[in-house]
Design a protein around this ligand. Structure first.
Ligand code: CTP
Length: 406
């Protein structure tokens, strides 16, 4: 976002070194970044590093440069305040409105979107004190990303890792793209998105897959996070990394996706089936690798039909109002009917609330960064989204979802 004024707050955790990469990513995308480390952050990465990478002086206390009133000006002038890493201590101080260093002052004076990327040990993240601070901050419209899971500083692992710096930059760009009109209109909502293409086991080394890259599902998850939702991404094979701030449930086959979706959608507000789920799987997967000439003739692969997860989710919901269920339809049209006619039939057949219809003929969708869709609703409404970035398409889907939820 060229010219956007970003305050990058850095709290005192070991992940502070990864904030150098966040800083680089922001400056390389043209942002004007002022780094505000806490005094504790400077124990991990010194002021010289921040100032060299940002090309600006670095202050941690309100007493430095006091005649310019930085504690007020920085927050007031910013288009975005991003804190990475946000420690348990920083979030506790922010939740309680404390102003004992420059960064917490900036957080109090900022009227722009605020994004926090937490990093700490699992125990600290899961502690009720931290969880209630996070809940309070989210309630006030602060976007607190879910930490990633994985190896922590010591030998232990679990949730608490700083999300990938590139993904933090992408989340920040998404909030900046939405600009002053930023609405956390999915705040308090629980969203489950499926993405990617399933892989159906044939034998221990082979599978049947499809061309889905997972991009549209990832953009749906990323934009839902930046609109304030708590997001679970049920991810089959994807060519792209999952976004920052989501809980990732990795799956491989349609059957694994089916169990994960049923387990995760109970209690959710919205479910989006953006995954390309295989309709068929090898009926009898081999226990050993099929060898050339083994069967004497050309091998024939028998297929069995997979469950239709989307339909099952609609059935499982029964007469309840939630979750709102969104399907995707990849269509090519046929001799008799166009893509939209087939979409309308599919919406009725699947029984979901919204169906996002894609024309996948030619090479127009798979692996591309843009997309063109029509969002059909069960109430008969049609919303056409002209060819645009998959992130923009994702936002258009959430716009319709938000309207339907209210
Ligand atoms: N879907 C699903 N389970 C399947 C197949 C598809 O939940 N076994 C979901 C997809 O995630 C998508 C929607 O159903 O949201 C439509 O997928 P699509 O491939 O367009 O349709 P199909 O169900 O395969 O129907 P058809 O083969 O008749 O086009």
């Amino acid at each position: 976002m060229p010219g956007a004024r970003v305050v990058l707050g850095v709290a005192g955790g070991i992940a502070a070194y990864k904030a150098c990469e966040v800083l680089r990513g922001l400056t390389e995308s043209g942002c004007d970044v002022t780094v505000v480390p806490t005094p504790a952050a400077l124990r991990f990465v010194g002021a010289a590093t921040w100032s060299a990478l940002s090309g600006k002086p670095v202050a941690t206390e309100v007493w430095q440069d006091a005649h310019r009133v930085p504690h007020v000006r920085l927050g007031q002038d910013a288009d975005l305040v991003l804190v990475a890493p946000a420690t348990a201590d920083l979030m506790a101080r922010a939740a309680n409105g404390m102003a004992d260093d420059l960064l917490t002052n900036v957080l109090l004076t900022a009227r722009c979107p605020v994004v926090l990327a937490p990093a700490m040990h699992t125990e600290m993240w899961e502690h009720p004190a931290t969880q209630s601070n996070v809940a309070l901050l989210r309630q006030r419209g602060v976007l607190v990303l879910e930490p990633a899971s994985g190896r922590l500083t010591g030998a232990d692992s679990g949730p608490g890792r700083l999300p990938d710096p590139g993904q933090i930059v992408a989340a920040a760009q998404d909030v900046l793209r939405r600009g002053a009109g930023h609405r956390a209109d999915l705040a308090g909502r629980t969203v489950v998105v499926s993405a990617g293409g399933t892989q159906e086991t044939w034998d221990p080394v082979r599978y049947i897959g499809n061309r889905s890259s997972g991009r549209q599902g990832v953009e749906l998850a990323r934009t839902a996070v930046s609109r304030g939702a708590s997001v679970t991404l049920v991810a089959a094979h994807m060519d792209v990394a999952p976004p920052a701030g989501v809980t990732v449930v990795p799956v491989r086959t349609a059957e694994e996706m089916r169990s994960a979706m049923h387990a995760r959608t109970a209690g959710a507000d919205v479910v989006v089936m953006a995954a390309a789920v295989a309709d068929f799987r090898p009926a009898a997967p081999g226990e050993h690798k099929l060898k050339r000439g083994e069967s004497g003739a050309d091998p024939v692969l028998a297929l069995a039909e997979n469950a239709d997860i989307l339909r099952e989710l609609v059935e499982a919901r029964g007469a309840q109002e939630r979750p709102l269920i969104v399907g995707f339809a990849a269509e090519t049209g046929d001799a008799d009917r166009g893509v939209l006619a087939l979409g309308r039939e599919k919406l009725a057949r699947k029984g979901c609330d919204l169906l996002v219809v894609n024309d996948v003929s030619g090479d127009r969708v798979f692996g591309q960064s843009d997309n063109e869709v029509v969002i059909l609703s069960a109430s008969g409404r049609e919303t056409a989204v002209p060819r645009s970035a998959k992130a923009t398409v994702a936002d258009a889907v959430w716009d319709v979802v938000v309207e339907s939820l209210s």
